[in-house]
Design a protein around this ligand. Sequence first.
Ligand code: NAP
Length: 285
Amino acid sequence: MAKVAFLGLGVMGAPMAGHLAKAGHDVTVFNRTRAKAEAWVAANGGRAAASPAEAGEGAAAVFACVGNDDDLRQVTLGEQGCFAAMAEDAVFVDHTTVSAAIAREMAGERALVVDAPVSGGQAGAEAGKLSVMCGGSDAAVAAARPLMEAYSARIVHVGAAGAGQTTKMVNQICIAGVLQGVSEALRFAQASNLDLDKVLEAISGGAAQSWQMVNRWSTMAKDEFDFGFAIDWMRKDLGLTLDEAKRNGALLPMTALVDQFYAEVQKAGGGRKDTSALVTRLPKG
Ligand code: NAP
């Protein structure tokens, strides 16, 4: 069993770190708001460090799941960041959804770094069934994989540094388009006075089928939007995606449009609602 550190104990990080502890690893945690780290230790054992540097000292692996690029820079390269304190052969695994640019920058700082954003949301993190998309060297992913298995159903090494983050962007592009399609389809079905359960039954086994349709059609119809991944986070991710597209030359007209639709929902106070609240900007016939 390994001595590891986990930085960032939010909705995703706390259960992921919990699975590492349950797997028998010796886990030291750090969180910006210390009370969260203390509550985590009370529930899971281990130890709360006073800084990322203290958490990283002597650890074979350091994991992070913080908010954005600035947070990641602070916990790694900041004044009390973990990089200066980590052993040379220790691996750093970042589960935050951040820019591909900072992922590549991190990989330039140390020998073993994995950019490893996740999908599966809070439920996936709690159940230990996340999908992890990895960028980095073979050696870095090989060092991280047995540890990440504690909370993952699927771990795919996609390519070099940054490839994990760009794969997460591919994921978010798909979700944005599918959710706009499901939103328009739902409003059209309502305007046609169709029985929504029958429509779902009729089309959810065919070519129109999607995870969003199967899992969100009925809740969107009932105006229920309390299912985890918030629009505020989605806008961060779509912003990163649109920036990366400027770099790699891909055209994303639909993604740019849906990003603006999400901005409208945010302006109307829906930033903390889940991403299926995209439907709320379409009037109900
Ligand atoms: P969250 O609940 O806001 O958790 C972020 C945690 O990181 C908080 O506990 C925060 O501390 C801590 N943190 C932030 N900056 C820090 C710093 N500089 N030093 C130490 N700790 C710091 O967010 P989340 O939902 O877990 O999401 C985390 C990341 O995963 C985001 O990049 C998100 O886009 C991505 N993600 C989320 C989901 C989801 O369904 N939630 C799914 C896939 C990916 P405080 O307690 O002080 O705020």
